[in-house]
Design a protein around this ligand. Structure first.
Ligand code: PEP
Ligand code: MG
Length: 321
């Protein structure tokens, strides 16, 4: 590495040939906020709102959610904070929300599916809290929808956002300036990335789920752990398709799955065209250093070879040479 970790902490980073890559943090609980700032995150790329709903018996009120988001925005006066709307179901259970007993929970009522029905009231409350937080004071809030599989779901979510904006009395809804994005976690969303990106400002690849669904390998089942690996060329091709389609629509593309925090994969991800990488705070300085050590043109050629490989081991041979 050409820089010490300390040197990279405060700076925004670009490749040796001048391509800026945002390095942001994933937040899954309040205790993660301060280390995130200390380790020099440019912003928050994934704020998992589920934690606001845990360890209690009823959902947080609109005001409680507003306060939590406002506090976070205040900690990042110069950076973007991407807040994901409630993503329950699958591996994420909240006892008082009456989740169904499903045979295949990862293929069932998850994320946006539940927010549209049956949790539309919770969704509306959350969207109002977010829009109010965005309109008060400093900070740059973005709203992101999880587990989208269809354009129709996105359109319904955007309608709910418009309704929430119209319902806010305290502020001028037209003046609320939030970016809106979609997580790419299902193969359908990757295939439909162009149509999704045309409707929003950004996409963010959730490679934990995307890998699970592209490879048909449970993210929690160690017996298929070798298959649940985002460096399989099938997953790399889904990432490439997403980035290419989104850029053609002038949307930026981030990644907030675990893969984004692996400094050994930074060159590959920059080469695939990612504009933002979001990860747990601990790896931020290393990933920033790796971005600074990357030359985009070389990375791009190497990423092309990697994604066109036939096997995961060929991908790794390409990355190591
Ligand atoms: C993902 O699926 O990659 C993701 C970031 O979301 P989560 O891990 O919270 O499902
Ligand atoms: Mg996910």
């Amino acid at each position: 590495a050409s820089d010490s970790g300390a040197a990279v902490v405060d700076a925004s980073v670009e490749t040796t040939d001048g391509r800026h890559v945002e390095v942001a943090a994933n937040i899954g609980q309040p205790a993660e906020l301060k280390p995130t700032v200390d380790r020099g995150a440019d912003g928050v790329g994934l704020y998992r709102t589920e934690f606001l709903f845990l360890d209690r018996e009823t959902p947080p009120s609109e005001d409680e959610q507003y306060e939590a988001i406002r506090e976070t925005l205040d900690m990042f006066p110069d950076g973007r904070v991407v807040v994901r709307t409630l993503d329950i179901g699958g591996d994420k259970q909240i006892p008082y929300l009456d989740q169904p007993d499903e045979e295949n929970p990862f293929l069932g009522e998850r994320g946006i599916r539940r927010s549209l029905d049956p949790d539309s009231d919770l969704f509306a409350t959350q969207l109002r809290a977010l829009l109010r937080a965005a309109s008060d004071g400093a900070g740059d809030l973005a709203i992101m929808f999880p587990m989208v599989a269809t354009v129709t779901e996105l359109d319904a979510a955007l309608d709910a956002l418009d309704t929430a904006a119209a319902d806010i009395e305290e502020c001028d809804a037209d003046a609320v300036d939030v970016e809106v994005g979609v997580m790419i976690e299902t193969p359908s969303a990757a295939f439909m990335a162009g149509e999704l990106a045309a409707r929003v400002d950004f996409l963010s690849l959730g490679t934990n789920d995307l890998t699970q669904y592209v490879m048909a390998a449970d993210r929690e089942n160690e017996r298929v752990g070798d298959l649940h690996d985002p460096t399989h060329p099938g997953v790399l091709r889904a990432i490439h398709q997403t980035v290419t389609a989104a850029h053609a629509e002038d949307a930026w593309v981030g990644m907030c799955g675990e893969m984004a925090g692996d400094p050994d994969l930074t060159e590959l991800l920059v080469g695939l065209g990612l504009d933002e990488l979001s990860m747990s705070a601990v790896t931020i300085p290393e990933v920033k250093t790796a971005v600074r050590d990357t030359e985009y043109n070389t990375a791009s050629e190497r990423a092309d070879r990697a994604r066109l490989a036939a096997t995961r081991s060929e991908v790794h041979t390409t990355l190591d040479t």
